[in-house]
Ligand binder design. Structure first.
Ligand SMILES: Nc1ncnc2c1ncn2[C@@H]1O[C@H](COP(=O)(O)OP(=O)(O)OP(=O)(O)O)[C@@H](O)[C@H]1O
Ligand SMILES: [Mg+2]
Length: 238
């Protein structure tokens, strides 16, 4: 396993928001973490990333326990994070925004063909290249989301944590962002994806975890989940 989260417990003050979360991601996989509002999906990603500090448990990434590490060290270990709220720099251009992404994470080896450079990002995502000299604030919501995701690649993560990438986007942009994640995965990056759009999640993920309040209630392959409408009703429908 590339990532093994074991028995994670996280509190906000007195509130026990993650009660023994365990999950795993294999190298090359896209794993979806789904559930209704407020179940703890974002907190799970933040706990892995070190943005909130779990009280107990393990975050084992490529054999090393990162639990309790600050976010910059988790990033350097090879985990990228795309938060729910898009944090692009509005007065910087697309290229400048991408350059900011090099600061976190691990600097790429220019001799390695798999290192993410601005050229490689543009080769994979020509839509961003078209806007390369536009300031962030002039991009559409979808373009801003693509830029946020692309920027996270500049730290050369081997695993990307992505929180609700298609939220609030027009249908065409939902498709663009979906395709972008598929492309990133094809390029060798594993993804742990929180996503409310079930169609997007089902079309991308290999396996799924469903969260109940503060717990994982179900896990299975995408095929198993597709054939279990009662599970979908129990964990996702309102
Ligand atoms: N900074 C915080 N301080 C206190 N409580 C918080 C904080 N962030 C989240 N919570 C609470 O912790 C619980 C889990 O929140 P979290 O954001 O992880 O849920 P989520 O599954 O991502 O929900 P959504 O689908 O709405 O994004 C919720 O009850 C939420 O209200
Ligand atoms: Mg959330």
């Amino acid at each position: 396993m590339q990532l093994e989260v074991k028995d994670l417990n996280t509190f906000y003050g007195p509130v026990h928001v993650l009660q023994g979360i365990s999950l795993s991601v294999e190298k090359g996989e896209i794993v979806a973490l789904l559930g209704r509002n407020g179940m703890g999906k974002s907190t799970t990603l933040k706990s892995i990333m070190g943005l909130v500090k779990p009280k107990s448990g393990h975050v084992i990434f490529e054999g090393k326990d990162l639990v309790g590490f600050p976010p910059y060290r988790v990033a350097r270990a090879g985990i990228g994070y795309v938060p729910e709220e898009r944090r692009i720099f509005p007065t910087l251009t697309v290229v400048e925004n991408l350059k900011m992404g090099m600061k976190g994470g691990k600097e790429g080896d220019p001799n390695d063909p798999y290192t993410w450079t601005i050229e490689r990002v543009f080769a994979h995502f020509p839509k961003l290249k078209e806007r390369c000299n536009s300031q962030g604030r002039f991009l559409s919501g979808g373009e801003q989301q693509m830029l946020t995701i692309a920027r996270s690649l500049m730290g050369n993560p081997r695993l990307l944590l992505v929180d609700e990438p298609t939220e609030g986007l027009a249908p065409l942009m939902v498709q663009e962002v979906r395709d972008m994640l598929a492309e990133i995965n094809k390029a060798g990056v594993s993804i742990l994806l929180v996503e409310h759009n079930l169609k997007v999640a089902l079309s991308l993920a290999h396996r799924v975890y469903l969260m109940d309040k503060a717990h994982i209630g179900y896990t299975g392959t995408i095929e198993e989940f597709k054939n279990a409408p009662e599970i979908r009703a129990k964990y996702l429908e309102v």
